[in-house]
Design a protein around this ligand. Structure first.
Ligand SMILES: [Zn+2]
Length: 420
């Protein structure tokens, strides 16, 4: 059968069984996976049972208590490439139930919408990934190589015990390409992210009595460091030419979508600095001996971790302070990353999305963050395509029923293109 014939069979099956598939999504929404605490065990148990009932493997990993991830796969009859599907099962906490007009964990369908915490970010996407594997397996689609499913915990808290842990410890999850199903808006495929860093800085001083003050106590030094680091705002290096257009489109889109105002345009392709914590001193009548700061830095595509760390050292040297008395700790280092827009997986997702939605599909770079970065960082081409961005991470989270079916079709068709 041609790839077109295989896709037609998959689309017909999805249309015919959409209610059944919505039922799986609704069951998953009804299992709370708020993070914190990030317990995904009940959700993984449900999905593992479902996969096994379909004759598929379900390997469960738990690198931290209750932070579980699930891996399943189907192998082709011939050798070939390995396509990895990735989604997360944890979600933002529902928060105050009074702020919701329905039960956040009902998984109810109403007026053509599926309701509940996590349905958009990103249980609809994760279930679409799972069902893509199930459908290719049930219809005995003749793939070459392997289709691998990874549904993880810990995404909302950094990914170290979810996707990153799987990539380190379960070799089949690396693959030759990755398709992630985070919400993107149905008219764009995301191919890159900005970098994300947490920097902890401490300053010290020998101390003394306030009656004999000094000008370089720990708080004064922290203020000098803070002011100097604020100067990094807007810093950028040249954007690599193969992704420059996608960065520009991502910026325009964020304005159109109301996520950024015109005044914040620079954020998309420049460094941002947020001094989120300053703690120092004990009381007003002693010279402060210690001050601690925590700073969030986001870097544009084109700035590497080494570039940033060298730049920060340059900035600290510029303060004139004794570097030996400034403690610097890089707590989180997630370098900016992207896939080239002409990668096969990007092109396949965009073509299928264009076909299924009838909309123009753009390849964009976002200033947000997902687990996809862990594949990009390893040089594995990856693309993100999922449901709309409205109504996620807020009370009354919901998606349109039609989006779920469309995303499922795009993902299943992309598996066929890449593996058949
Ligand atoms: Zn997400």
């Amino acid at each position: 059968m041609t790839t077109e014939g295989l896709k037609q069979r998959l689309f017909a099956e999805i249309d015919r069984r959409l209610l059944e598939f919505q039922g799986v999504l609704r069951d998953v929404v009804a299992i709370p996976t708020d993070n914190p605490p990030g317990d995904t065990s009940a959700c993984v148990a449900y999905l593992a049972r479902y996969l096994k009932s379909k004759g598929l493997p379900a390997d469960v990993y738990e690198p931290q208590p209750t932070v579980q991830s699930l891996v399943s796969y189907m192998e082709g009859r011939q050798a070939g490439r390995n396509l990895v599907l990735n989604g997360h099962l944890d979600q933002f906490p529902a928060g105050d139930p009074e702020a919701w007009s329905f039960d956040p964990y009902s998984g109810e369908c109403r007026d053509g919408r599926i309701l509940g915490r996590g349905v958009g970010d990103m249980k609809a996407g994760s279930v679409a990934s799972l069902l893509s594997l199930v459908l290719l397996h049930e219809l005995d689609v003749p793939i070459r190589g392997q289709l691998t499913l990874t549904l993880v915990g810990d995404e909302e808290t950094g990914g170290a015990w979810g996707s990153e842990w799987l990539l380190e410890h379960v070799p089949m999850t690396r693959g030759d390409a990755c398709l992630n199903s985070e919400p993107t808006g149905m008219d764009q495929v995301l191919i890159g992210h900005k970098g994300k860093y947490t920097l902890r800085i401490g300053t010290r001083h020998g101390g003394g009595l306030a009656a004999v003050p000094v000008e370089d106590d720990a708080i004064a030094r922290a203020m000098a460091v803070t002011e100097a680091l604020m100067g990094l705002k807007g810093w950028r290096l040249e954007t690599p030419p193969d992704v420059a257009d996608a960065v520009a489109r991502g910026r325009e889109r964020a304005v159109r979508g109301g996520e950024l105002t015109g005044r914040e345009l620079w954020v998309a392709d420049s460094t941002t600095v947020n001094v989120g914590v300053i703690q120092g001193g004990v009381q007003s009548n002693t010279i402060p001996t210690a001050c601690r700061m925590e700073i969030d830095l986001r870097t544009p595509v084109g700035v590497s971790t080494q570039d940033l760390q060298e730049k920060v050292e340059e900035v600290l040297a510029g303060t004139g302070l004794d570097r030996g008395e400034i403690d610097v700790e890089w707590v989180v280092c997630l370098e900016s990353a992207y896939a080239a827009p002409d990668e096969e997986i990007v092109q396949a997702v965009a073509a299928n999305a264009r076909r299924i939605t009838g909309r123009e599909i753009e390849a964009n770079v976002s200033y947000g963050s997902t687990d996809t970065r862990f594949w990009w960082r390893r040089g594995i081409p990856a693309a993100i395509y999922g449901t709309d961005l409205e109504n996620i991470a807020v009370p009354d989270e919901q998606i349109r029923e039609s989006e779920f079916g469309q995303v499922l079709k795009v993902h299943a068709a992309t598996c066929v293109d890449y593996l058949c």
